[in-house]
Design a protein around this ligand. Structure first.
Ligand code: PGA
Ligand code: ZN
Length: 434
């Protein structure tokens, strides 16, 4: 007998992301008539240990076409998953991993496997007649994440105009997700006014943050504090700073080159600079402070500030349970960014979060710089009770689609909704500065 949740068909097509680049959308249809679809995102400042995103190469669209990945879904993958239960995600994802047969999804492409993995989860939720977050997390899925929202975009997302990639805010003083968005909206607006008043260009970077027309990295931090104050909030208490240094983008082998300041630093030099910023500015969270290959630097930095700040591994941990295990043993970082396309299936991403949580790490479900209208990650953040969500800035449809989806869920949960609040920074004893 065929299970109602058995996969009847899988179909993929090429669609386009927020940078106008090709990406993969998959649709999964079940025997009971339920269906689900999902679109994979794409990063620009990627970790070298991420699962491989399959691109066609050649001249078309700068070599970034995804016709091979689409063909893999419509051919091999569709045949291999037909008849599997969409609501047995672990078995489905294990089939995708085995079918690919490489450690990095290099044959089929993580963009092919993730599209199917996520679309199947949507179809399964539809078959069960519940929203995806509830299907994933059951009745416990009522924790709204603390948003990390970019105000200035830099690094690889802004032509390296400044070295640091993400100048973000978090709202430890907010009482709800909706209020955190309201506060951020004011900070974002005041940051734009401030740039305009300085005669700076007021365009936006890849993820919607204001274009970082600054002469030094510190000037961007000062402008962020001004924007928080002008918006009427107490920096560090109500609204604090979260940074993604994305240091792998300007350093290898423990040597870092700050292009904006024409400075060369070794690991200890970069750590000293960041520690000074942590003293001067109300920073609550700092991501990839050192390069992905600088585990000793990560350990030294975490030993210095990990008791009071969130130290996040993105390129450093690439959503890998194994790498989180190694980092924990070395005392490196105390939080992990969770990006499903760094692994290529939902199950492997969840395994990373389960491992991280058991080791006392905080979790931040994250979008990529190349995004679409897909809102799957919002449901993952709530369904997996990650407690934090990072999707870029407070502008551009592909970002707002996610914030707005979380607002809808918060409203729908009503009195059952809980907001992660300042407590998310409390794991491992880390606290936002007051
Ligand atoms: P990416 O950047 O999606 O371009 O890799 C996002 C991040 O570093 O968090
Ligand atoms: Zn990052």
């Amino acid at each position: 007998m065929t299970l109602p949740s058995a996969i009847r068909s899988v179909h993929a097509r090429r669609v386009w992301d927020s940078r106008g680049r090709p990406t993969v959308e998959a649709e999964v249809a079940l025997h009971d008539g339920s269906a689900g679809s999902a679109i994979v995102p794409a990063g620009a400042s990627k970790g070298t240990r991420e699962a491989l995103e399959l691109r066609d190469g050649g001249d078309r669209f700068g070599g970034l076409d995804v016709q091979c990945a689409v063909a893999h879904v419509n051919g091999e993958i569709a045949r291999a998953v037909q008849g599997l239960a969409a609501d047995d995600q672990a078995t489905l994802d294990a089939r995708l991993v085995a079918l690919d047969g490489t450690p990095t999804k290099a044959r089929l492409g993580a963009n092919a496997t993730l599209a199917v993995s996520m679309a199947a989860a949507h179809a399964a939720a539809a078959a069960h007649g519940v929203p995806l977050y509830q299907y994933l997390g059951g009745a416990d899925a009522a924790l709204l994440p603390m948003p990390q929202i970019q105000i200035f975009g830099g690094g690889a997302h802004a032509g390296r105009r400044v070295d640091i990639q993400d100048f973000m805010v978090v709202c430890p003083g907010a009482g709800s997700f909706a209020q955190a968005l309201e506060w951020t909206a004011e900070v974002y607006r005041h940051a734009g006014l401030l740039m305009r008043a300085r005669g700076a260009l007021v365009g936006v970077a890849d993820e919607g943050g204001w274009w970082p027309a600054f002469d030094t990295n510190e000037m961007a931090l000062e402008a962020l504090v001004s924007a928080i104050e002008r918006a009427g909030f107490v920096p560090g208490e109500q609204v604090a700073i979260a940074l993604d240094i994305a240091a792998s983008d300007f350093g290898r082998g423990g040597r870092y080159t700050l292009g904006l300041e024409r400075r060369e630093l070794d690991s200890d030099g970069l750590i000293e600079l960041l520690l000074r910023w942590c003293e001067r500015f109300p920073i609550a969270s700092i991501e990839d402070p050192l390069g992905e290959d600088d585990a000793p630097g990560f350990t030294r930095f975490t030993a210095a500030v990990g008791h009071r700040l969130q130290v996040v591994g993105d390129d450093f941990l690439v959503s890998s349970a194994a790498l989180v295990g190694e980092a924990a043993a070395a005392g490196a970082a105390n939080a992990v960014l969770l990006k499903p396309n760094q692994r290529g299936t939902l199950t492997e991403t969840l395994q990373c979060w389960d491992a991280a949580r058991a080791l006392g790490y905080a979790g931040i479900v994250s979008a990529r710089s190349g995004e679409t209208e897909d809102t799957t990650i919002v449901h993952l953040a709530i369904g997996w009770q990650a407690g934090q969500l990072k999707v870029g800035s407070f502008a551009r449809g592909e970002r707002m689609a996610k914030w707005n989806e979380a607002l809808r869920i918060e409203e729908r949960l009503g009195a059952r909704a809980r907001f992660a609040g300042a407590a998310v920074f409390g794991r491992n004893g880390a606290r936002p500065p007051v």
